[in-house]
Write a protein that binds this ligand. Structure first.
Ligand SMILES: [Zn+2]
Length: 417
């Protein structure tokens, strides 16, 4: 029981605690909830009745007790509310809708370029939101909020874009305002690698880790740093911006003005263009013609078919990534490094050469104990994580989303961010 708070805050806290216990340990009995929360049985009954009344929790099949009366168990009514996750990428927008337990009911991918001069970008993304809600069949009134994963550093405190590099910040600011106005729900923004990193802890391979690095390899490279179970953002929200870590002083020119940044050497577009170049050299004996890049689908197919050109390009890329990751492991001493994003589709064809490259470089103290793990999520990793921004806030403060749940709640549809 929380002490020292006003009674309303204590009730809100206890309700959130109960909801999270049902989510994490359900199906669970009222008696177990009382034991786990240290609240009295009448207090638990009171809170649970409110959650059942508002259809956030439901009674399920009776528990398996050999002797005596079988207790009624409680579980989350996972379809009570839904969250939308959006992954804003340089050349496409991915959207999905998840239930309260993170299961995806609808995924949609549209090619909309952030780099276009087109000023209709926010409106086009809003149209995608309308379409994904309509296609999912989920009532709009059940959408709790919208999370947006965005490949730029954000100031977490002010939730504002603090710098613009390859992408233009105002579009996202306008997008947030437009979506909030149009759909009347809270909109959360966060860096794409951060949301994907947290999603690994909630629903992925990092559920048993407290200190880990999540490396997102897609159109560029980003990192989510999770320390003590929480994202470490740095003094100005820029922690984890490894795309411009210098790997090769004589490497290719980068958009940032430097040379040989990690992002110029490790990314899906870089891999595709290297495969294309190698193919042109093999077929035509020259790299002077500009070959047509294959798609990631093609490269994944060829990788699993044992294509030596693709294997060689992956080997080059994993070597360069290993240079960066070795330095990061030496800096952070994490329990694990998780590789995710679109490159995860290459599976072992990526992880085997990556592990070999790491083994060749890693400090002996780290090589033994730092686990290198591949995410189960590839293309939808960021959108899933973005939706979890909403879901996590829902479990923290359900009274903000369900009018009437708390006697004195301010506004069920208030601006949260
Ligand atoms: Zn750079």
């Amino acid at each position: 029981m929380e002490q020292g708070r006003n009674p309303q805050a204590a009730r809100d806290h206890n309700r959130s605690l109960m909801l999270r216990l049902v989510r994490d340990r359900g199906p669970i009995s009222r008696a177990e909830l009382a034991r786990a929360s240290l609240l009295s049985k009448p207090a638990v009954t009171d809170i649970v009745d409110g959650l059942i009344q508002h259809e956030l929790v439901r009674e399920t099949a009776k528990g398996d007790v050999a002797v005596g009366r079988k207790p009624i168990l409680l579980e989350i009514n996972r379809e009570a509310m839904w969250a939308i996750g959006i992954d804003l990428s340089r050349d496409h927008v991915d959207l999905l809708i998840t239930d309260l337990m993170g299961s995806v009911c609808r995924f949609m991918s549209r090619r909309i370029s952030f780099d276009d001069e087109d000023e209709g970008y926010p409106e086009r993304v809003a149209k995608c939101v309308t379409d994904v809600i309509r296609d999912s069949g989920v009532p709009a009134s059940r959408i709790a909020g919208i999370g947006v994963g965005y490949p730029m550093p954000l100031s977490h405190v002010r939730r504002m874009i603090v710098c613009d590099g390859q992408m233009v910040g105002w579009k996202t600011v306008q997008l947030k305002q437009l979506i909030e106005r149009e759909f009347g729900v809270p909109v959360y923004l966060d860096n794409d690698a951060n949301v994907a990193a947290l999603h690994e802890r909630w629903h992925g391979v990092a559920d048993s880790f407290r200190d880990y690095l999540f490396i997102l390899v897609g159109n560029g490279v980003g990192m989510g740093v999770v320390l003590g179970g929480a994202v470490y953002r740095g003094a100005s929200g820029m922690a984890g911006e490894i795309g411009h870590m210098s790997i090769d002083p004589d490497g290719p020119q980068c958009l940032c003005g430097s040379r040989g940044c990690l992002e110029t050497l490790v990314s899906v577009p870089r891999l595709l263009s290297e495969v294309a170049q190698a193919g042109a050299v093999a077929e035509l004996g020259t790299s002077s013609v500009q070959p047509v890049s294959p798609t990631l689908d093609d490269v994944v197919g060829r990788a699993f078919a044992g294509d030596p050109t693709v294997a060689s390009a992956i080997g080059e890329m994993t070597n360069r990534l290993a240079v960066a990751v070795t330095n990061l492991v030496n800096t952070f001493d994490p329990e694990a490094v998780v590789i995710g994003g679109p490159v995860a589709r290459l599976g072992d064809r990526f992880m085997i050469p990556f592990r070999e490259a790491m083994a060749a470089r890693a400090h002996p103290l780290f090589a033994e104990k730092t686990r290198l793990v591949l995410s189960r999520y590839s293309q939808d990793a960021v959108a899933r994580g973005a939706a979890m921004l909403v879901v996590e806030d829902f479990f923290e403060s359900p009274q903000r989303y369900v009018p009437g749940l708390s006697g004195t709640q301010v506004n069920g549809r208030s601006q949260l961010s």
